[in-house]
Design a binder for this molecule. Sequence first.
Ligand code: ZN
Length: 322
Amino acid sequence: MNQWIVRTGWIGVLAASAAVSQQPAAPAAPAPAAAPAATQPPDVKIDTVSIAPGIYMLVGRGGNIGLTVGVDGAAIIDDQFADMNPKIRAAVALLSDKPVSFVINTHLHGDHTGGNDAFGQSGAVIIAQENVRKRLSVAAVNATTNQTTPPRARAALPVITFDDSATLHFNDDDLEFTHLLNAHTDTDIMVRFRKANVVHMGDTFTGGFPFIDGGNGGTLDGFILAHEKVLPTLDDATKVIRGHGPLGNKAELQAYHDMLVVVRDRIAKLVKAGKSQDDVIAARPTREFEDKYGGTSFNAAQWLGRAYVDQKTALEKRKKKK
Ligand SMILES: [Zn+2]
């Protein structure tokens, strides 16, 4: 049996679709990428928010981290930027005398996986949807900037991957991982603590308008469908961790979903009427939501531009079918 299963005492039951990878993707790749670099001075403190017994949200720089500590040790959901690693370890050490034994990635982005290198090197088992490993194993070219991101280092790659779903039995709870198709990216999962009634939505739910990463398989329709898959499984007591932003709940996720439906339908109507991408952005389909979700980083052209492309593609597909 693998050493880490013995070491952590993990029961090791995963869904039938789960695959255990012990080897890096062949063949030899270009020099591994350094973990994503800092974009701000690294003087950020980790804020530890208690959510349920043994479950916390760690807020620092990058995506919100979910943390479970207990009899089996510590596991985290997402690990922010590489330079946050010592601070994340210190925050965990205040709550557990055991190191992080599992890292779950909600999706591939560097502000959620930047700590993979360090945690992987120190023996944590990284778990993710299989597209995370596929995408991080190869160089990626940004279609807008034409910049190439080299493949991530071997230690940063998930070693346990799954297609649709998997479960980690840890700290007397069941952590259920569910793939959310083509939403923020094509690598997104939701993580549910079944007993504690806590979910981590990754970047399919944030405090602002969505970032639709079309280059990595994201679509606006996928965001909406992801919420429609998750919402019926939540109740009013469910604690909902956003990828970025404050701790949320079901009503807030529902409102976010409803906003996206309104904006999507407006864009679809304009696309159907033959309007251009510039027309769609100029029509401000987000108008009454901008105060709530716009924030300082609101970039209408970025996400509405992508939403326009999605809706145009969807319309063309429907026409072809007829
Ligand atoms: Zn992201």
